[in-house]
Ligand binder design. Sequence first.
Ligand code: ADP
Ligand code: MG
Length: 506
Amino acid sequence: MASFKELGLSDEILKVLEELGFEKPTDIQAESIPLLLEKNQDLIGLAQTGTGKTAAFGLPLLERIDPNNKATQALVLAPTRELGQQIAEQLHTFSKYQKKVSVLAVYGGAAIVNQIKALRKPQHVIIATPGRLIDLIKRKAVKLDELQYLVLDEADEMLNMGFKEEIDKNLSYTPDDKLTWLFSATMPDEIKGIVRKYMDQPLEVKVNTKNEVNANIEHQYIVVRRRDKEEALLRILDSDPDIRGVVFCRTRLDTQDLAEFLMRRKYRADALHGDMSQAQRDKVMKRFKAKSLQVLIATDVAARGIDVNDLTHVFHFTLPDQNAYYTHRSGRTARAGKKGISIAFIGSSDQYKIKMLQKKLGIKFEAKEIPSAEDIVAKAVEKWCHEVLDTKTKGKLDDQLIEQANILFGNLSKEELTAKVLLNELQKLNIGSDRNLNDEFKQRGEGGRSDRGRGGRRDGGGKNKYKGKKKFDRSGRSSKGKKKNKSSGSFAKDAKNRYKRKKKKA
Ligand code: ADP
Ligand code: MG
């Protein structure tokens, strides 16, 4: 495959790509960059999520800017503030050695006066959400009459969000002879309308569109009752402390509720949805990117297109209504050639949805079991034992203190002491109940999961014998010492494999 250099990019750009560690172009980049550099034609670029579409349009866009012309020459429209900011950050980075090219993101929710101030300087490339751009045009802070390039990123989402009129209005301020580039992972009917309306005989670059879903994603589902979903999520998170991911809910309210549920249990989680202020959203995204959050609970809209490195999992707390949303959701993992897991939480009557997704998206789902409370407890005990074994005491404790403890424990056998200390430790765990959460009852007779090896339900009445008054603070957890996992849940096995892979790399 061609190198970035062979695609015709300048030395300034090549230097940044090398610094970023982009060794070779992705397929969509290799195919679209030469066309966008050379041809004066509209273009549609379709490629799976996480395959570097931002650079595919961003690099040629930056190359085409004339720094000596102070007019705004390029506009990128994106559905959300997060995505707009992310595109702007990437373009900033890419333009690092193109000293005179200026890039600015403008979006709603932030003070307009600051944006107006920034726009007094020439901005060659503007990245905008549609609503805010109209305000800025009306206030004469942005002029688009010399625009040469328009990029539509995630255009279908802009339409879903009801931005159609805003897009029309914005575009009415732009010259007819500009070039329009549209990039997306999916091509729903709404986009076809855009293409007809805004584009002129566009070139089409399609990469792997037979499978619009990123092939590095492993698709799984669990069957769980509505009321057990929260606990099932906890069990999966507890089965592997290395999980980092996004949990998708359908409504803002569900998103908020689930995030609060997790936070109350001391998980490092937070919500991202449209009812939050921009300052709140920024804070959450920053923490998530810095890994101080383990899970982000998000709506489809809020998390569209966002690129966070190394997410291991995407959870569908409820499945989306539209197939394309499944593609966009699951594409938050397995980015830039990495691997990831997408897990759908479905009700026992929803299995037809899985079949439909398999058929429509050309993917294969695997049924998984929710780890049992015993699995998690066994793992926790093992981990704790290894931590105790690995603890170095030499020179860290005063002999007097040890003696004091030994006097107090003097009458206990080793077995009794172990039992007491262990129980004390287990009381810190978060397990709500030791019920089997897999909704197996209704599944029997559907033929889908007869190979599961477990009979009826072991409904323990929802009691938890380990439950104590103390809360387990997850922020203090380490992932050490889980070398041998005795466990029947396949999530535990996944975790074990991931751990092995990590060890190999280290
Ligand atoms: P998409 O818009 O297709 O979903 P992005 O443009 O957000 O994907 O890119 C996904 C990730 O891949 C980003 O973190 C980006 O920095 C990285 N990336 C893009 N191109 C390359 C490349 N050629 N080599 C390595 N990483 C890349
Ligand atoms: Mg993108």
